[in-house]
Write a protein that binds this ligand. Structure first.
Ligand code: UTP
Length: 298
């Protein structure tokens, strides 16, 4: 079975990043040189997906514009002898086919994914959250691995997890694995616990913004009641599948691969710094600058 479809929810209000997100989507905030959502689209392309459905909402037009071919801009760059900058627009030639739909009310990530029901049909599909980059410069192959796991083992979902420090578990959905995960392997998930305290946390495995689902997820979403914040939570729908006897597997991000969460300022700032310091053109100079800055502070 070839899984070609991916769903990219970008409709959230991004209130934790106000005022930056008052009039622009958080998914368009730059991390280094590119907006967040461009890394995710590049990741999907590298992992050989063919069609992507973006679930958009109010104030998200710039995302659609970003992936269009801008003929005027290309002409302007040519006429003003700035052809070298055309390389920066290479992403416009992505082989992915783009589809868009709008989430009318921001009723949570689960509700956003429900908007993909017709797009997915009876085929399994991937979900990649629009505010999380996997791996430096979107080089992650984790979705391909998850797709292989899904194809080889009968299951309803494969979910990516990142091992986080114990004092951070209360920020994430955490897995209770049936058996401890091994590096490079998949493990069965017994349960998922949303934002547990350090004491009650069954592991340090935090849901990491990438999923492969069978279309069964839609049945679960249809019966998922609004949870935290009055929103339909995707995690609750996965739990409904597990409670109904479906198998859900987890995959741990490989050593050295990080999830860069852009959803709050602390992790956004960290992501920006790390990507900028690793920029092939400006990284070296920026490292010297940062060292000088930090030395001046002491
Ligand atoms: P978050 O869970 O961070 O929610 O979204 P949010 O509403 O964007 O942000 P805050 O909490 O107000 O700061 C995770 C992903 O799910 C999408 C977001 O766009 C983001 O990519 N999302 C979230 C939707 O598409 N629709 C929603 O109703 C909520």
């Amino acid at each position: 079975m070839v899984i070609k479809n991916a769903v990219l929810p970008v409709a959230g209000l991004g209130t934790r990043l106000l005022p930056a997100t008052k009039c622009q989507p958080k998914e368009m905030l730059p991390v280094g040189k590119r907006p967040v959502v461009q890394y995710i689209v590049e990741e999907l392309e590298r992992n050989n997906f063919e069609r992507v459905l973006l679930i958009t909402g109010p104030n998200k037009y710039s995302i659609e514009n970003h992936f269009d071919t801008d003929a005027d801009l290309i002409r302007h760059l040519r006429e003003t002898k700035k052809e070298d900058l055309l390389a920066e627009l290479e992403f416009e030639r992505s082989k992915l086919r783009f589809f868009y739909t709008r989430q009318k009310l921001q009723r949570g990530l689960g509700d956003a994914v429900l908007h993909a029901e017709e797009f997915a049909g009876n085929q399994p599909f991937a979900v990649a959250l629009g505010d999380s980059i996997l791996g430096m410069h979107a080089g992650s192959r984790t979705l391909s691995f998850m797709r292989d796991v899904f194809t080889e083992t009968p299951c309803a979902a494969v979910v990516a997890f990142e091992e986080v420090p114990l004092d951070e578990v209360s920020q994430y959905g955490i897995a209770e694995p049936v058996t401890p995960p091994t590096d490079g392997g998949a493990f069965e998930v017994r349960s998922l616990i949303e934002k547990p305290s350090v004491k009650e946390s069954p592991s340090r495995l935090a849901i990491a913004a990438r999923y492969i689902f069978s279309p069964q997820i839609f049945q679960a979403l249809h019966v998922t009641k609004p949870g935290r914040g009055g929103e339909i939570q995707l995690t609750d729908a996965i739990r409904i599948m597990i409670d109904g006897g479906e198998k859900v597997l987890g995959v741990k991000l490989p050593a050295g691969e990080r999830r860069y969460d852009i959803g709050n300022f602390e992790s956004y700032f960290k992501a920006f710094i790390e990507f900028a310091l690793n920029d092939p053109e400006y990284g070296t100079e920026l490292r010297d600058y940062t060292r000088r800055l930090l030395n001046e502070d002491h």
